[in-house]
Structures are given as structure tokens and as C-alpha cells.
Design a protein around this ligand. Structure first.
Ligand SMILES: [Zn+2]
Length: 147
């Protein structure tokens, strides 16, 4: 299910709502099918082609009676467990630096101008680090694979 609604306050931000809520889901630990306990909404920055896009993911929280623990449906295919950006944003920003050889500041500007996503250079730097690249932060020089 997807909805699009305008947000006049922030100037035509498209909000796409993705319903990832389930009544039942298997516990990731013991695989016992567990009932929904509650629902949460997670907001993520997504790549936009004609303007800023925000994803609102409605996800279910489940209670496993066997493990006596809460768990939520994994959304790894959309975004890492923590963070405010989708995998698409991360992949694209990293590719601008690694594949296209942009410096961090230029890649961040490109993401903003072309895809309407504001990715701070510190965040981009962290993503590159996570993927095994080393960048000279201060001089904003190009990044290279760690030796
Ligand atoms: Zn369990």
C-alpha cells in the first residue's frame, strides 16, 4: 500500500507510506509465529527525482511468548536497522565517490541537487569507512580502498 501526500510546510515533500505491518510474524530467534503487539512508524530520506521524497514505513512490533522478547519485522532490504537514509541513498552516494571519483563535498552537493537528499559529508564519510574505504577528511581528497 502506498500513499502520496503533499507537505506544504517543507515545500512539496512527497511522503510515500509503506505498510510493512503484519498481524503475524516469525520470531527471528525461535521462529515461533507471534502476534502483533503494536505498530511503529519509521521515517527515512529517499532518493527523489522531481523533488524531496520521504518514506514512512509502518512496521509491526511483535511479542514472542517463548523468548519473552519484542521483535520487529526486518527492513534490511529498505534500510539498515539504524539510520535515516534508505539503502538506495547510501548506494548512490557511495557510488558517486567510488565509481565516479567525486570528492565528498561534490558528492553531497550532487545528492542534494539531483536527488533532493541532504547527506552530510560526515555521514558519507562514515558510509565509505563502513565499506572499507579511507578518505582524507580535512582536505576532502578522493577516497581509496584501505590497504
Ligand atoms: Zn522467540
Amino acid at each position: 500500500m502506498q500513499n502520496v501526500k503533499g507537505n506544504t510546510k517543507t515545500g512539496e515533500v512527497k511522503v510515500r507510506i509503506i505498510n510493512a505491518s503484519r498481524k503475524l510474524a516469525p520470531c527471528p530467534k525461535c521462529k515461533i509465529v507471534s502476534k502483533r503487539h503494536s505498530v511503529q512508524t519509521r521515517t527515512l530520506h529517499e532518493i527523489g527525482l522531481s523533488g524531496p521524497v520521504t518514506l514512512e514505513i509502518v512496521k509491526s512490533i511483535h511479542w514472542c511468548d517463548a523468548c519473552k522478547k519484542h521483535f520487529s519485522i526486518p527492513l534490511d532490504h529498505i534500510a539498515p536497522p539504524s539510520g535515516r537514509y534508505t539503502n538506495r541513498v547510501r548506494r548512490q552516494a557511495v557510488a558517486l565517490v567510488v565509481r565516479d571519483g567525486m570528492i565528498l563535498a561534490n558528492a553531497a552537493k550532487y545528492m542534494k541537487d539531483k536527488y533532493f537528499v541532504n547527506v552530510p559529508t560526515t555521514t558519507l564519510h562514515q558510509w565509505l569507512n563502513d565499506e572499507g574505504f579511507r578518505c582524507k577528511k580535512k582536505s576532502e581528497k578522493r577516497c581509496s580502498m584501505k590497504q
